[in-house]
Design a protein around this ligand. Structure first.
Ligand SMILES: NC(=O)C1=CN([C@@H]2O[C@H](COP(=O)(O)OP(=O)(O)OC[C@H]3O[C@@H](n4cnc5c(N)ncnc54)[C@H](O)[C@@H]3O)[C@@H](O)[C@H]2O)C=CC1
Ligand SMILES: O=C(O)[C@@H]1CCC=N1
Length: 276
């Protein structure tokens, strides 16, 4: 792997996942420069991964050609304005993982039409099993796309989308998606307890079932629908359970839920882009 210097602005959970993935993939730790105001965070990052750490965001930009924005969206305008001069001088590739912050707003705050890649990861990135949607602004060339993809691939599966608006759909699907599956697990676990299993057994069997189903879906050539049909013996137990879920119109419910997440992502993008 090439080792161009990468600057992370914000060294929280998501940045730490990326750093852990890159280091595990063989990226040289001293080519990773991380800025975070928290001394505890800096100490942890330096001790655990051997990366260079900085209290001042501008210092982390020294000699980098890739900038990864990993602060909370509400801080985006302030942080971009703070580093704008240093960024303009270096003209790096800007990779933003901030939810709901539009590419144009980032360019405006940084003071130039820099190449910006927007990524929407999800929390399984913390266990290197993320699902990550990517979109590149018009200024990003082939090399920039490859560089962004290499960084994100360290924490999961990457997929480019055609339009920036589709990032809102990715947010609703895979960005928020882990929560949908966790909720389903909570519900199944409770159902097991209601049927007389102890809490530990219900949780363990639920989680392993989710893992097994996901593994089958990943490894099989069949669609999830075909895999479901295979579990469902005619006249058997699964059929009885699925009748209830289908009668409650799970598909329509999921569409409404994802639409609500999507619309919220659009609203958040609008209000964030009006900042500063
Ligand atoms: N958690 C999730 O499911 C997803 C999160 N994201 C995005 O990832 C980004 C980071 O999220 P997390 O890592 O979960 O948050 P986090 O709260 O763990 O990390 C944010 C870090 O920024 C640091 N920070 C605060 N002020 C700063 C400043 N002025 N300059 C530099 N660093 C500063 C904090 O000390 C903290 O370590 C957010 O923009 C979020 O929208 C994107 C997709 C999914
Ligand atoms: O709930 C949220 O707003 C963020 C974006 C995707 C996952 N978490």
């Amino acid at each position: 792997m090439t080792t161009t210097r990468i600057a992370f602005i914000g060294g929280g959970n998501m940045a730490t996942s990326l750093i852990a993935g890159l280091v595990a993939d063989g990226y040289a730790p001293d080519a990773l420069q991380v800025a975070d105001p928290s001394a505890d965070r800096r100490r942890m990052l330096q001790t655990r991964y051997g990366v260079r750490v900085f209290a001042d965001n501008r210092d982390a930009l020294a000699e980098t050609d890739t900038l990864v924005l990993c602060v909370k969206p509400q801080l985006a305008a302030q942080v971009c304005a703070e580093i704008a001069d240093a960024v303009t001088a270096r003209a790096p590739l800007v990779l933003s993982i901030m939810a709901g912050v539009p590419e144009q707003a980032i360019q405006r705050w940084l003071g130039g039409t820099l190449p910006v890649v927007r990524a929407m990861p999800n929390t399984p990135a913390m266990v290197q099993t993320g699902a990550i949607g990517l979109h590149a602004s018009a200024e990003v060339g082939e090399e920039g796309r490859n560089r962004a993809e290499t960084i994100l691939r360290a924490v999961g599966l990457t997929r480019w989308v055609e339009t920036e608006a589709q990032i809102d759909a990715v947010t609703a699907l895979s960005g928020s998606g882990p929560a949908y599956f966790f909720l389903f697990m909570e519900a199944l676990e409770e159902a097991g307890i209601a049927l007389g299993l102890d809490a530990d057994t219900a949780r363990l069997l639920t989680i392993q079932t989710a893992l097994g189903a996901a593994k089958m879906a990943v490894e099989s050539e069949d669609t999830p629908g075909q895999l479901r049909e295979r579990v469902t013996s005619p006249g058997g137990t699964t059929e009885r359970a699925l009748e209830h879920l289908l009668k409650a119109d799970l598909h329509a419910l999921m569409k409404r839920a994802a639409r609500a997440a999507h619309d919220r992502a659009v609203d958040l993008s609008r209000s964030l882009s009006e900042q500063a």
